[in-house]
Each structure stands twice: as structure tokens, then as C-alpha cells.
Design a protein around this ligand. Structure first.
Ligand code: IVH
Length: 744
């Protein structure tokens, strides 16, 4: 009798033994002990001195690789790292240093060999080991029920028999096929036409969620082809586009295009920079050394996917992470499949990746084999498609909005269309180049998409639906509000109205002035600003401080109480620290951070009026563009007059304690020193500690660098401590030592 716990991947012990495997050896990717060992190893490696000779270099390189591959798996496949990014980077750098010194030690599977420099001239077409079929579609529970029925009919099964299904998200990215031979990734390709795809191996090698080596041989698999999807997280995509906008690069349409574009670039380092991840969800082909298929030896689809997870791949997980639904579920019958699909449809927006439905697969591999495929799709699987997030509608008009610094944003007015739960009638067209690049025209039927948290946007005009009545979108040469001529700087994407008195800008500036990040006037927002403006009460931001509250109380929808509350909120804002006031003035590029930096240098806001370029240059972190903008602002007499009015109306213009760098004597214990706290402090809170340090003359900084004098370490200090130790120039203090130093 067999006492070992039987791993769930195989259908039968005898069959597994036939593949030459000892079942007791079939463990997960890393056992708990193994993981502990690797974490200890990592710690040791981080502190180890450089290897002295070639022999110890080889040993250390092997250990570093083992540790790095483990951390990449935790981070990229499980999304659950056990070391900080910094520690991972240090391990990686150590390996790079050794490999640079001893090139003979470099192996193709080394984690440093992901990005190669070979630029592919043309993609090679490669044939998939088995054709990559499409999926049939379903849209509701009834469709699913008839799919279930079709299988039973086809296989001659009883109508009341329940088929077990495995259900996974239908990832909306770029489909990929990965070929592993003798445990090594040897080829990666796009789906292409299903039979032939483009070879993109150098690009796929850069994805850290794709193992370069995986132990298929443990399961008697000599060669396998896996199918999966390359994706970019929705939040990563949004940030990436923000960065592109800031850099003046063209924007990427959606996470899917960003991923597929990233896979098809000729430069693997470009792929690497896009933070693409890959899930695997299907084994298309698996043979043993003799070339015989081994797929029928595995228990079912679900356990096969689990197995892939256990040898290092990123898979749709069973276990819910952060309270969300599990990604993969085995359902005992088609009714439960429908429920699971519906649950996902409702939660789809919260998911980190774009998905356009669920994929329902008969779990039994034996049943899959018997059901087979049509020329187009497998009979044992079906896609459950979510409600469309794309729709077509008419582009009726384009309005040009003026922002607070005068930039003109074209906004498309659309015939209202329902899109994944919201009605869309207006979308930003960003700038003139966006309109020209897409060749959008008035009257066009346009394809609109709403992807996850990404705001709706126009994908493209439907050129085939044009009837000749469409008209060019004419970008105005004058401000739509004040009519002054628009200007476009050479390196900017936006046309700008440069008239500071432009009514539209004025309203936008006032809206910014009262907003949360600026003066933070509670209960005062866009609609109040617009209303008071129409009443003729607001001509500049100074007027905000001379509102007639009695008149406001008489406005419809206001009353005594709201007027009183508004007055209190405005009075409170008058006492704001000056960095808020500085940010509220709408000086281009002067945000909260720059506001704080400048505030620390002045006694009164008006001091800035007397500053020249040289004075700004003395401040680290204040660049020439901001300098120019501040100088220009104060050169404008109207601005100065408004500021004077505000000061007379009681708005605080002087340093507050919050702004003022604490006065400390030169002999304070930490005078002129920089300090950083890391880890969990036990004797005081982080803020309290920082205040103590400041009182003792130190400046709190946020990163370990050559500029850091003291690092105070609490419990579980991590990468910052390591870095400080590595630098060797930082004085490291315990909490007690710090308290002793500052005297209390
Ligand atoms: S299985 C023979 N599972 O959807 C069945 N496909 O129209 C092969 N897709 O481009 C596909 N997520 O690559 C499967 N969890 C998933 C999937 C998935 C996305 C893609 C697939 C293909 C399309 C099918």
C-alpha cells in the first residue's frame, strides 16, 4: 500500500511511475524549508564580500542565480515578494559584477541574460506545435447551458450528467506560445494566424514572469508548448501614459495595445521597459523523450495549470488575493459556471488586468480529447464574453476648453452611448496631434472604448462608414473665449491662450485656488465659483475674500447656514501656511512641493517679487523653468496688485510655524546633519522621532545616499540599512543611541 501523499497532477500512480518519476519527489516549486533556505542564502549573499578567486566566483554566481530566480518567481509569478526591490537589485548587481569579471560563467539561463542586444531585423515566422484555435462565444447563462448540452449530445452522454468545468479569466492582451525543450525556454511566438506566428523569443525572454528554465522533466515532459497572454496592469498603463504625456510622446491607446506593441518591438530593451507580465493558461502540446504525448497522464486541466504554477509560471490563481474573487475555479456543473462568470462580470473593473470575459473549459482532459475540435474552436471550451466596453457612436462636435494656464483641450461631443455601465457623451481628444494622427472628422462614426479605470477614449474613426459628408475638425487660431491669438511652443503639444485676463482661465484659476490641494476651502467648488462669477462677484482670486455673505445667504439653495459655513471655511483658509497660497496662484509648475521649498526660504510671499534668477539658482530643486515662471508672475503688475489686495483682506502672507525651518543653534547635537529613520520604531512614533531630530538641528531626508549622516534603525530594518552599511559613510544608530544623542 502506498503511503506517500499523491500529488494531484497525475491521474493515476501507476501512470506517473511509468514516466520514471518517484512520487515522493514531486513537490511544489519550493518547499517551505527550501524557501527559508533561499531567504537565508539571500541575506548571506547580500553581506558577502566579493569572491576572491574564480572558484568562489563560480560558486557565488550559482547561488546568486538560485536566489534571484526564486525572488523573481515570488515577485512576478506570485505577486508576493519576500525581499525589498532594493535587495533584489543588489543581488542582481552582484551577479552582474561577477559575470562581467568572469564572462565564462555566464549561462543563457542566467537572470542577467533576459535582455539581449540582438535587434531582430524581421520576425521569423514559426509554426505552432499544434494549431492555436479560437474560442466559440457565449453571452449569458442560456448560451452556457446550450454549450453544456452540445457537449453531451456530441459525446452521447446522458442529459442529466454534470460535467465539471474549470473557469478562468479571458485575459485581454497579446496571446503568446512558449516552447520549452529539455526544461529550457527555446522559442516564443505570437499567435499570428493560429498556425504560424512571429517569433519573438528575445522579447519574451525579458519578461520576468516567464521562467527561462522550468522543471518539466520532473513530470516526464521533454518538450511542451504553453499558451498564455502577455498583459500590462491597468494602473501601470495609466502611469506609463502619464509619463509619455509628460515626455511629449504619443499616447498608447489601451493596455492591450501597449502590451502587444511591446512584444512586437525590434528592441528587447523596449519590451523590458514596459512592465509586461505573462499568464499561462493552457498546455497545447507535451511529449516525453520518445515523442509520445503525455497529456493524457495528467488528471485534469485544473491540476495541469497548478503544476505550471508549481514550476514557476504565473497562472490564474485559485486563492483570492486581497479579497477579490479567485481567478480560477473548478465548478461541478454549468449552473455554477454561470454564477462564477456573473460574479466576475460584476467585479471586473476592480481587477488589476483587462479581461473581456471568462473562458470555460471542460476540466477532464480525457473528455477534452474525446470532444475534439472543429476547424475553428475546441468543442470542450467556450468564451463567456462580458458586455461590450467598445461601442460606436457619432462624433457630433468638438469644443475647445481653456485650462487654468491657457492650454486648449479639444473635447469631442458624442451622441450619448452606453458603455460598460456608463453613458458616454463627451471625451477628451487631448491635443491637435491626436486629432490629426487619428484623422478624426466631424460626423464620423467613431469607435469608443472604456478600458477598466481608464477614461473613455476614441479608438478610431470607422472610415468604411464615411459618406463624404464628414468635415475637417478645424483647430481654432484664436482663444474660443477671449479671442486672443493662440500660441504653440515648439516643444509643446498644446496650443495656449496667453492672455492672463482671459475669462475662461480666470474661472479655472479660481477653481484651482479654492481646491483641496491649494487653499482647501471646504464647500467651495466649481459650481459655486461659476455661480458667483455669473453674479458678477468674482473678478480675481482676491474677490473670494470679500464675498458678501448676506447676499450669498439670499441665493436660491444657500440660506444663512451654508453662507455662514462658507464664511468660516474662507476665514480658515486665510490662515493657511504660505506654501498653499503659493501653489494656489497658478504659476505653471509651482505645485505643493515647490511651494514648500520656496516657502522655507522666505518671510513673506512678496519677498519673491524682489528675487532675481541668481537668488533662485541658490535653491536646490528649483529649476530654470519654474524660476522663469515665478519671475514672470511677479513682473506682472496686475498679479502684484491682486496679491496686495489679498494681504489687506487678511490672507496670511507670512511664514507660519509650519513653513519655517526650525531655528536651531549651531551647537545643537545634530546641527547641520541629515538623518533618516528606518524600520519599526518602538519608543516613539516616526513623526515624533523626526520632530526630535529636527529640534536637535537635523534635516530629515528620505533616502540613503552619500548625503546621509545618520540612519536610525528600528525593528526589521531592511534595504535602507543594507545600503547604509554598504556605503560605509553613514553612522548607524539604535533608537536608544539616538535618544541619548538628542538628549531625551
Ligand atoms: S484557452 C483551445 N484560456 O482568447 C483553447 N484562451 O478567442 C485555447 N485567451 O486569443 C484558448 N484568456 O489566447 C484560453 N484563460 C484563457 C484565455 C484565453 C485569453 C485568449 C486566447 C485567444 C482568445 C480565444
Amino acid at each position: 500500500m502506498c503511503l506517500v501523499t499523491w500529488p494531484s497532477y497525475f491521474c493515476h500512480p501507476i501512470q506517473a511511475l511509468q514516466t520514471g518519476q518517484n512520487p515522493s519527489k514531486l513537490e511544489e516549486m519550493y518547499s517551505k524549508d527550501e524557501q527559508r533556505r533561499l531567504v537565508d542564502l539571500s541575506k548571506r549573499l547580500l553581506q558577502a564580500p566579493d569572491p576572491a578567486d574564480a572558484l568562489s566566483a563560480a560558486a557565488m554566481a550559482a547561488e546568486l542565480r538560485e536566489a534571484i530566480v526564486y525572488h523573481e518567481w515570488r515577485y512576478y509569478a506570485l505577486n508576493d515578494p519576500v525581499v525589498s526591490d532594493y535587495e533584489y537589485d543588489m543581488l542582481y548587481k552582484k551577479l552582474q559584477v561577477i559575470e562581467a569579471k568572469h564572462p565564462e560563467l555566464v549561462t543563457p539561463e542566467s537572470p542577467t541574460q533576459r535582455v539581449s542586444s540582438d535587434l531582430t531585423e524581421e520576425f521569423n515566422l514559426v509554426e505552432h506545435l499544434t494549431p492555436m484555435l479560437s474560442l466559440d462565444n457565449s453571452y449569458d447563462a442560456a448560451d452556457l447551458a446550450s454549450f453544456d448540452e452540445r457537449i453531451k449530445n456530441y459525446l452521447g452522454l446522458a442529459a442529466d450528467l454534470e460535467i465539471e468545468y474549470c473557469v478562468e479569466p479571458k485575459f485581454d492582451g497579446g496571446t503568446i506560445a512558449l516552447v520549452y525543450e529539455n526544461d529550457q525556454l527555446v522559442r516564443a511566438a505570437t499567435r499570428g494566424n493560429g498556425a504560424l506566428g512571429d517569433e519573438i523569443t528575445p522579447n519574451i525572454r525579458t519578461l520576468r514572469s516567464v521562467p527561462l528554465r522550468a522543471e518539466f522533466s520532473k513530470f516526464g515532459i521533454a518538450k511542451a508548448e504553453l499558451r498564455g497572454e502577455a498583459l500590462i496592469r491597468k494602473d501601470v498603463f495609466v502611469k506609463m501614459n502619464e509619463q509619455r504625456a509628460a515626455d511629449g510622446d504619443t499616447l498608447l491607446a489601451n493596455p492591450r495595445n501597449a502590451a502587444t506593441g511591446g512584444l512586437r518591438t525590434k528592441d528587447p530593451s523596449e519590451t523590458a521597459s514596459r512592465r509586461i507580465e505573462a499568464f499561462v493558461y493552457q498546455v497545447g502540446f507535451a511529449v516525453d523523450a520518445a515523442g509520445n504525448s503525455v497529456l493524457n497522464q495528467f488528471k485534469n486541466h485544473d491540476s495541469l495549470i497548478e503544476l505550471l504554477g508549481n514550476i514557476g509560471f504565473k497562472i490564474p490563481q485559485h486563492t483570492p488575493t486581497n479579497g477579490s474573487l479567485g481567478e480560477r475555479k473548478v465548478c461541478p456543473n454549468i449552473a455554477e459556471v454561470a454564477t462564477f462568470c456573473n460574479d466576475w462580470q460584476n467585479r471586473r473593473e476592480q481587477y488589476a488586468y483587462e479581461i473581456d470575459g471568462m473562458v470555460v473549459k471542460a476540466n477532464s482532459l480525457e473528455l477534452q480529447q474525446r470532444a475534439g475540435s472543429t476547424a475553428h474552436h475546441p468543442r470542450w471550451a467556450i468564451a463567456y464574453k462580458f458586455k461590450a466596453k467598445q461601442a460606436t457612436t457619432k462624433l457630433l462636435n468638438v469644443e475647445f476648453q481653456v485650462g487654468k494656464v491657457g492650454s486648449i483641450t479639444p473635447v469631442a461631443k458624442l451622441e450619448p452611448v452606453a458603455l460598460a455601465g456608463v453613458t458616454v457623451s463627451s471625451v477628451s481628444l487631448h491635443n491637435e496631434d491626436f486629432i490629426r494622427n487619428k484623422d478624426l472628422r466631424l460626423g464620423d462614426t467613431v469607435l469608443v472604448e472604456r478600458a477598466g479605470d481608464v477614461i473613455p477614449y476614441i479608438v478610431k474613426p470607422m472610415e468604411e462608414l464615411r459618406d463624404g459628408s464628414e468635415r475637417e475638425i478645424v483647430f481654432p487660431s484664436n482663444c474660443p473665449v477671449c479671442k486672443s491669438e493662440l500660441v504653440r511652443a515648439e516643444d509643446e503639444a498644446a496650443w495656449r491662450c496667453e492672455n492672463p485676463d482671459c475669462e475662461a482661465q480666470l474661472i479655472q484659476r479660481m477653481i484651482h485656488h479654492v481646491s483641496k490641494n491649494a487653499m482647501d476651502i471646504d464647500g467651495f467648488g466649481e459650481s459655486q465659483i461659476e455661480r458667483f462669477y455669473r453674479q458678477g462677484w468674482l473678478h480675481s482670486i482676491a474677490d473670494i475674500y470679500r464675498l458678501d455673505y448676506e447676499a450669498i445667504a439670499k441665493l436660491e439653495g444657500f440660506g444663512e447656514k451654508s453662507a455662514k459655513n462658507l464664511q468660516m471655511a474662507i476665514d480658515k483658509a486665510k490662515r493657511n501656511p504660505i506654501y498653499r497660497l503659493l501653489h494656489s496662484l497658478t504659476i505653471h509648475h509651482l505645485g505643493i512641493k515647490a511651494g514648500k521649498i520656496l516657502a522655507a526660504e522666505i518671510e513673506n510671499v512678496m519677498d519673491l517679487a524682489g528675487w532675481d534668477e541668481e537668488r533662485f539658482r541658490q535653491i536646490k530643486d528649483i529649476g530654470p523653468v519654474l524660476t522663469h515662471n515665478v519671475i514672470r508672475f511677479f513682473q506682472n503688475e496686475k498679479n502684484v496688485a491682486i496679491l496686495r489686495e489679498m494681504e489687506a483682506l487678511g490672507v496670511n502672507f507670512s511664514q507660519t510655524d509650519e513653513d519655517r525651518p526650525k531655528a536651531v543653534s549651531a551647537d545643537a547635537p545634530l546641527a547641520g546633519k541629515t538623518i533618516l529613520f528606518t524600520g519599526t520604531l518602538l519608543k516613539m512614533g516616526r513623526k515624533e522621532a523626526q520632530a526630535k531630530a529636527e529640534a536637535a538641528g537635523a534635516k530629515n531626508i528620505s533616502a540613503v545616499s552619500g548625503n546621509l549622516d545618520y540612519l536610525v534603525v528600528g525593528e526589521d530594518a531592511g534595504s535602507k540599512l543594507k545600503k547604509a552599511q554598504a556605503l560605509g559613510t553613514v553612522t548607524i544608530l539604535t533608537e536608544d543611541e539616538f535618544l541619548e544623542l538628542v538628549g531625551g
